[in-house]
Design a protein around this ligand. Sequence first.
Ligand code: TYM
Length: 354
Amino acid sequence: PKIIFSGIQPTGVPHLGNYLGALKQWKDMQDNARETDKLFFSIVDLHALTIPGNADKLRQNRREMLTSLLAIGLNPERSTIFYQGSVPQHAELQWILSCTASTGYLSRMTQWKSKLSTLTSTPLSSSSPDPTISSPALKHGLFSYPILQAADILLHRSTHVPVGSDQKQHLEFARECVTNFHSAWSTHIFPSPQTISLDSSSSRIMSLQDPTKKMSKSDPNPKSKIFINDDEATIRKKINAARTDSISATVGEYDPVNRPGVANLLEILGGFTGKTGEKVAEECKDVTLAQLKMLTADAVVAGLEEVRERFLLLGEDTEVNRKRVKETEEVGTQSAKESAERTMEKVREAIGLD
Ligand code: TYM
């Protein structure tokens, strides 16, 4: 049987990148899972602590993400939905894994290197930036972030991890953690987790305003992204205003390098119709860019309609909703803790902490 695990940071309502890159796959995997498969979806609040904020905001964001996960159709009776911070074993395993994780490997992670280059003046091209580089803005949590992510995955002995392609490197690191742990303690506890990603290589959903950057929660421009609870008019407006190019008035070939804006619309349209960007381009090569925008907007509006309705309904501050949230939290925490403790018993025994 499969053990499927994935996580999302509670940093606001998910956008189209989160939805097409990950959440939609979570829901599809849940619906297609066999009875013996297990599914875990975590709201990774400990990871979110790497982004400075305040307690009330985090509390609100956790709840809002829980509502979002219910809105996309996750079923708490089928999937274990839980806050990472409510299950202390995640942090416990992180420490243990950090004792066999290589700092050299961590310092080569692209996400870390791009943080380094924004927070200090270290060039991105530097092959091995010094992790001890002294800038007060650089926190250790950002550096060890991938170890906590590996702990999330290993703690539930996960076999399959559905993520967007920006997370592929973190998953390679998680497999490295498995190998390191097993060889350091001469044991074999963890399966090697497999990455499940949309199959086309450029499956990252890009910003609508600058299609050379990924669609990101941290982008301050609201026109750069579509949220899963945007209404029809907003979705149409944002897609109409999406940056394309004047290379040709029609779609032509799928060409993410020279025509990133067009390729991004093709990926989005494909994401909702179960096709790759290449395949959509083949079918639409004579379609004008204005028509492409209309087709894409139609697909997004239709594809998100149910999600948005459920989001609005579940988001209302009613007795029923408060109860639903509380029950989901309790059931999820309980089930995640049981799974975590089963693994930690094996881990503590293997290293002599039993
Ligand atoms: P996070 O919260 O940034 O994003 C959640 C999921 O959305 C995907 N994603 C995208 N996919 C395509 N195009 C985009 N523009 C885009 N932006 C985001 C991400 O790939 C991700 O799947 N480190 C993780 C959270 C995490 C995790 C884990 C994931 C913590 N522990 C264990 C898997 C397993 C993160 O920050 O995702």
